[in-house]
Design a protein around this ligand. Sequence first.
Ligand code: ATP
Length: 255
Amino acid sequence: MLLLSIEEITKEYDGIIALDRISLKVEKGSIKGLIGPNGAGKSTLFHLISGVEKPDLGKIYFKGREITSMESHEISALGMGRTFQTLQIWGNMTVVENIMAGMNRRLKGGLFSCGLWLPWIRRSEKEALKEAKEILDSLGLLGKWESIASQLPYGKQKLLELGRALAMKPELLLLDEPASGLTLAEMRQLSEQISQIRQEGVTVFIVEHHMGMVMEIADKIAVLHHGELIAEGTPEAVRRNPQVIEAYLTRRNPN
Ligand code: ATP
């Protein structure tokens, strides 16, 4: 079953064609990778899917519903979560508050009172706290639940951002370079987490520069180069594709 369908998407910025008639599909329950040299159009595609920007041409469908012109918050309410290339957490809030903030569309209100530990804390908020702690536990962050987020090491902050996206209970999770800045050990842990997230029924669409990681976890990989889709298939097929090899050999910025 298809969860996401991108049809003939084109996006131009001041004469630069960032994406040229791109069509892609993401199957429910899969992990799909999106790779390509710098400037290939990966982030642009994620911005269009998540409603941060609008395409010039083409259509995007999520769960069979057209989302091309929807705003980010509407798309996220439909069940699409996202993490960003640059870390987006609330540094001055605690770890658990960050997760609970991610849940806010499911809470009936009074979200920030959760952080104050008021005696009249609502039942729904108590449930949210329990659920937030479960998410933190699954990410190995439960021991730090009361820490101030900015005081966590960078790798743990990236995991927290992932947890915040998971708190929205997305059906599709877009991960934009989740491994950037991570150590090898953290990257391994992240790969396991992503595989686990899929086991729990979340479909994952991931942009990542660390080829080894994408090759290891993705079922299918799409490759963009200068705004064009030059290959799509299993990691093995993509690895051997001459156009992909050529694109990476001639790239301007080795990353
Ligand atoms: P990287 O791996 O370096 O993040 P990318 O594959 O994500 O690159 P994009 O950031 O999507 O590539 O950029 C694709 C092209 O579109 C590039 O030529 C870029 O300069 C251009 N571009 C992207 N966003 C804008 C913008 N807001 N205004 C002008 N040009 C843009």
